[in-house]
Write a protein that binds this ligand. Structure first.
Ligand code: NAP
Length: 264
């Protein structure tokens, strides 16, 4: 029975087992495949993954904060995206070897209904999720600006990934705005922490908030009120999870089943 699991922060992985199990059930694979959650401290991460890979009972694992960089570092091989991003959220165990991929970038792109080629995108943040967003958007042909609370980090990340660092931004200039910061996770007011104001969105613009919330986040509520198209963190969670499941099973999971499970 091939096992799958998510390893990482409890907040980040709390919905993944239900979501992936719903997809496996819909595919008729639930009797054969299982998907669970494993909590490990950073110091135990490498040994735990090495054990799972060697045991032969696991097909792979998803990885959340704070282990994504360590996951890439211990892999025997990695996709071009994972290498460029510098982090992996999907590991596959193949004959004892570990292959790394990053489905956060593809998950973000798949959650957008609008083509991006040539469009301007503003990425807020410079952590692991931002790196995936910047690489994915630039790869899809968008012109990407990066803003981060710690400006030097935005400069470093932008220079590495072919984007431009900005210290201020007029949201109306962008076809797409992606919040990859953790702002909103604790219910804080996004407009106190980000270079946006509640009335700064424009109709037709796409606004993504990667933070997972059941109710629309403060950011998305304001964007929607202005007529922007909004994508929440749960949709992106579904899209990145579906890409991981495709890698492991070779099957096309039901996004509808995954969406229903993640919002239950
Ligand atoms: P990370 O590497 O720890 O980066 C955190 C980022 O948030 C940094 O840019 C940090 O800025 C910024 N930040 C934190 N508190 C802030 C504040 N009060 N004001 C302004 N900026 C602040 O984390 P990550 O891996 O990139 O993840 C970020 C978020 O994305 C998390 O909430 C995670 O759950 C979510 N995420 C969601 C999905 C999904 O599928 N929906 C996928 C990946 C990640 P500094 O550099 O200044 O510290």
């Amino acid at each position: 029975m091939p096992g799958l699991a998510v390893i990482g922060h409890p907040v980040a992985h709390s919905r993944s087992p239900d979501m992936q199990t719903a997809a496996l059930t819909e595919l008729g694979l639930a009797g054969e495949w299982t998907y669970g959650a494993i909590d490990v401290a950073p110091e135990d991460f490498e040994a735990t993954v090495a054990e799972l890979a060697a045991a032969g009972e696991y097909a792979g694992v998803n990885i959340t904060v704070p282990h994504k960089e360590a996951a890439l570092a211990m892999a025997d091989e990695a996709s071009e995206g994972a290498r460029a991003i510098g982090a992996a959220n999907t590991l596959s165990f193949i004959d004892g070897r570990i292959a790394a991929a990053n489905t956060d970038a593809g998950g973000l792109l798949n959650s957008l209904s609008h083509p991006l080629e040539g469009g301007r995108a503003l990425v807020l943040g410079a952590g692991g999720a931002a790196r995936a967003a910047i690489w994915g958007l630039a790869d899809a042909g968008a012109r990407v600006d990066v803003w981060n609370r710690t400006a030097e980090r935005a400069e470093t990340v932008a220079a590495e990934l072919g984007a431009r660092a900005v210290t201020d931004a007029d949201p109306a200039d962008y076809a797409l705005i992606v919040n990859t910061t953790a702002v909103g996770l604790g219910g804080e007011d996004p407009f106190e922490h980000l270079p946006l104001s509640a009335d700064s969105f424009v109709p037709g613009q796409v606004v993504v908030d990667m933070v997972y919330t059941d109710e629309p986040s403060g950011l998305l509520a304001a964007a929607e009120a202005a007529g922007a198209v909004t994508v929440d963190g749960l949709e992106m969670l579904v899209q990145q999870g579906a890409l991981s499941l495709r890698i492991w099973t070779g099957e096309e999971p039901s996004l509808e089943a995954m969406r229903a499970a993640v919002r239950r």
